[in-house]
Design a protein around this ligand. Structure first.
Ligand code: ADP
Ligand code: ADP
Length: 222
């Protein structure tokens, strides 16, 4: 069964203006349970638009977005926010950790916001940090960590609330090639261990090749 399905999704920016930008046209894609899909797209092809739509941050002009077979298109803002918080984890090129909080706190806070108790949230943060090799870093603030470590904490935060689907936009794109490689392996290990499904956008064809399937978006547009 599919965790994510996009059916006939289209998106045009500035639709009613003099210069509309048609980005996605009648796009179908799916991500199966436990599947890790690479999203490869040249710059400007609509990768961010697609991730925003799949992440329920934006709505398509037409078509459906299904999570676990449930149509999200008709939901109001509040229900979409709720679904996003419960079902989805996000990782970006830059870590976006809260600078005034420790690594552990950055992983605990979203759990508290989602209704978890403090002890459970702390144990989960410690477990996740351990899984990414940062058990000794829980009390450190982001600025006290290397780029690779910051991204690993960001992965933990994305998984804090046990999402069904991870959406990642160039999650190692900000790191040097060697660190990127190692950190990508950590991410894949974490995803595999938790049975998570993922759609990971990357420009790196070698990393894309290590995922289960590659989806190419408008390669001809570039
Ligand atoms: P990518 O992430 O693949 O670089 P985007 O999804 O950010 O691509 O953007 C795809 C196209 O849509 C680009 O040509 C971009 O300039 C255009 N675009 C993105 N957002 C807007 C917007 N809010 N208004 C108008 N055009 C936009
Ligand atoms: P990585 O290979 O993960 O990118 P680095 O070579 O950048 O790691 O850093 C090596 C070690 O130094 C790491 O344990 C990192 O946490 C630590 N470190 C890096 N930057 C800082 C900093 N600004 N303050 C404290 N420790 C740091």
């Amino acid at each position: 069964s599919d965790v994510l399905q996009l059916i006939g999704v289209s998106k045009t920016y500035a639709k009613d203006g003099p210069a509309p930008v048609s980005v996605l046209h009648d796009l179908d894609l799916s991500v199966g349970q436990g599947e890790v899909v690479a999203l490869v797209a040249p710059s400007g092809a609509g990768k961010s638009t697609l991730l925003h739509i799949a992440g329920l941050l934006d709505t398509p002009d037409s078509g459906k977005v299904m999570l676990h077979g449930r149509d999200m298109s008709g939901l109001g803002d509040r229900a979409r926010t709720e679904a996003r918080r419960r079902e989805l984890g996000f990782v970006y090129q830059f870590h976006h950790l809260l600078p005034e909080f420790s690594a552990a706190e950055n992983i605990i806070l979203p759990q508290l916001a989602n209704g978890s108790g403090e002890r459970v949230a702390r144990e989960r943060a410690e477990d996740l940090l351990h899984k990414v090799g940062l058990a000794h870093r829980g009390d450190h603030r982001p600025a006290e960590m290397s780029g690779g470590e910051q991204q690993r904490v960001a992965f933990c935060r994305a998984l804090a609330n046990k999402p069904a689907l991870l959406l990642a936009d160039e999650p190692t794109g900000n790191l040097d090639p060697e660190t990127s490689d190692r950190v990508f392996e950590v991410l894949m290990g974490l995803v595999r261990e938790t049975g998570l499904s993922a759609m990971i956008a990357t420009h790196n064809h070698e990393l894309a090749g290590r995922m289960d399937r590659v989806i190419r978006l408008n390669e001809t547009v570039a």
